[in-house]
Design a binder for this molecule. Structure first.
Ligand code: BES
Ligand code: MN
Ligand code: ZN
Length: 499
């Protein structure tokens, strides 16, 4: 993967600064000032002339590429709309417009002149963070299983001229954070995009081991089925029973703080393919069930960003990896299994397998004496019906934890929406033949799934993110890498509190 480098610099003379492309934010109805004015003069009034034509009016989302002269080979004008209403949404649009305009161009470097951007310092830092994430994300191309890998983005280096804006160090820190988050997002996308015949539980275990290699802060261990049987993980093992691919429980321990600091545990649903098992899914779009390890992918991506950022915090990433397939050895509807917690489960539908692997991972998570446990799962089709693709569903047994996650999602623009976990819903999980049933009847499918998980998370602060709608797009098909940005933001917030 070709990565873009981000640099901050205090450039005194914008007109003579050498770059393949000078990027200038312009606001509707405002005179050229600062670097824009200097570059315009250096290019014999090329910007003034272009504006006079009336084609480019600095409307939000507009862009115009001009040939440059002097230091800049090209001049890219980015419309920012009206200065008074330039908020975070407008700043995001600004970043997206830059990436969109540079994407198919030959420029290998570019220089963004920040002066004149109508933002407070705090919001400029936020925008630079987002810019680095967005550019890094835009540079991602899937190529692993194509005979001709797609052409990489030409842009190698983005320099930000901070003169007249904020300190170069603050800008560099913001962009470094954003870049690490973007890299984590791309890692998550790559893993989730891989087909099910490549990305098996064994592949995920190898990937985890390779992440741990040569990294003193990250310790990786993998529990095999034999060990899981000894631990009594009858629920997790019931999912892989029909598959030739053995299940793996992967643990990645990141130590960034004192051993006495309790770790945050992230638990990812890692179903590398969900056929539904004996409760077989219909054929349409079944291919998309290779994305059913999107939760696991987001945990991998978050661990990657954590390692890069060297956050002073302890985090454990747990992946419950299995393939859900039908066979004569597969679990059947009506089968009763015993989970690691001792609770028995009547499996009324083998397609409700995510909660079956997660419940044993949640029981296992208690061993780490966690500060909080967050599981991330493409858990229910009902979640897609409820929230569509824009929000992940959030469930939590602790108000503070819920608020912190919602806030992190807002800050990182990777949003979640709180759903209820009321006792009334628990009744839907009653079984005549076991302590609990694995499905809860027709209504509130994402809630009853969360209720099921809550029974295995009674001894610590716990939250569950159902990312069935947010983890991938169907047209064009591809993983989004969500909610890596939310999770990293949450962990950064916690790390800054621990100090
Ligand atoms: N992985 C699916 C959930 C899913 C379905 C995510 C479609 C995204 C799109 C999960 O394992 C599943 O099959 N859930 C069932 C539960 C049902 C049997 C209670 C579902 O949602 O249909
Ligand atoms: Mn399923
Ligand atoms: Zn599933």
């Amino acid at each position: 993967m070709t990565a873009i480098t981000f640099t901050a610099r205090d450039v005194k003379d914008a007109a003579s600064a050498k770059t393949q492309c000078a990027i200038l934010p312009l606001f509707e109805g405002e005179k050229l000032l600062g670097p824009a004015l200097e570059i315009d003069r250096g290019a014999s009034g090329a910007i003034t002339a272009a504006l006079a034509l009336g084609d480019f009016r600095a409307k939000r989302g507009q862009s115009l590429m001009l040939p440059g002269s002097g230091g800049a080979k090209r001049i890219l004008l980015i419309g920012c709309g009206e200065g008074d209403s330039f908020d975070r949404a407008a700043a995001r649009r600004f970043c997206q417009t830059i990436c969109g305009a540079l994407r198919d161009k030959a420029a290998s470097d570019a220089m963004l002149h920040l002066a004149g951007l109508h933002l407070r310092k705090k919001d400029i830092r936020w925008a630079l963070n987002y810019l680095a994430t967005h550019c890094t994300r835009s540079a991602y191309r899937y190529g692993k299983t194509l005979s001709r890998p797609p052409a990489p983005w030409k842009l190698k280096r983005l320099i930000v001229n901070t003169a007249g804006s904020l300190g170069a160090n603050a800008a560099a820190t913001a962009m470094n954070q954003g870049r690490a988050v973007g890299a984590g997002i791309n890692d998550a996308r790559e893993l989730a995009n891989l087909p099910g015949n490549v990305c098996t539980p064994t592949y995920l275990a190898k990937h985890a081991r390779s992440m741990g290699r040569g990294n003193t802060r990250l310790t990786v261990s993998v529990l095999e089925e034999k060990k899981m049987r000894e631990l009594g993980m009858g629920s997790l093992l019931s999912v892989s029973a029909g598959s030739e691919q053995p299940a793996k429980l992967i643990a990645m321990q990141y130590k960034g703080a004192k051993a006495s600091e309790k770790p945050y545990v992230l638990v990812g649903k890692g179903i590398t393919f969900d056929s539904g098992g004996i409760s077989l899914k219909p054929g349409a779009k079944m291919d998309e069930m290779k994305f059913d390890m999107g939760g696991a992918a987001s945990v991998f991506g978050t661990m990657r960003a954590l390692v890069e950022l060297e956050l002073p915090i302890n985090v454990v990433g747990l992946i419950a990896a299995a393939e859900n397939m039908p066979s004569s050895r597969a679990t059947k509807p009506g089968d009763v299994v015993t989970s690691m917690s001792g609770k028995t489960i009547e499996i009324l539908n083998t397609d409700a397998e995510g909660r079956l692997v997660l419940c044993d991972a949640l029981t296992f998570a208690a061993r780490y004496k966690p500060a909080a446990v967050i599981d991330i799962a493409t858990l229910t089709g009902a979640c897609v019906v409820a929230l569509g693709s824009h929000a992940s569903a959030l469930f939590a047994n602790d108000e503070t934890l819920a608020e912190q996650l919602l806030d992190a999602g807002t800050e990182a623009h990777d949003r979640a929406w709180r759903m209820p976990l009321w006792d009334e819903y628990q009744g839907q999980l009653k079984s005549n033949f076991a302590d609990i049933a694995n499905i809860g009847g027709p209504g509130g499918g994402s809630i009853t799934a969360a209720c099921f998980l809550s029974r295995f998370a009674e001894h610590y602060k716990w939250a569950h993110l159902d990312i069935a709608g947010s983890a991938w797009n169907s047209a064009p098909k591809g993983a989004t890498g969500r909610p890596v940005a939310l999770l990293i933001q949450y962990l950064m917030d916690r790390a800054s509190k621990q100090g």
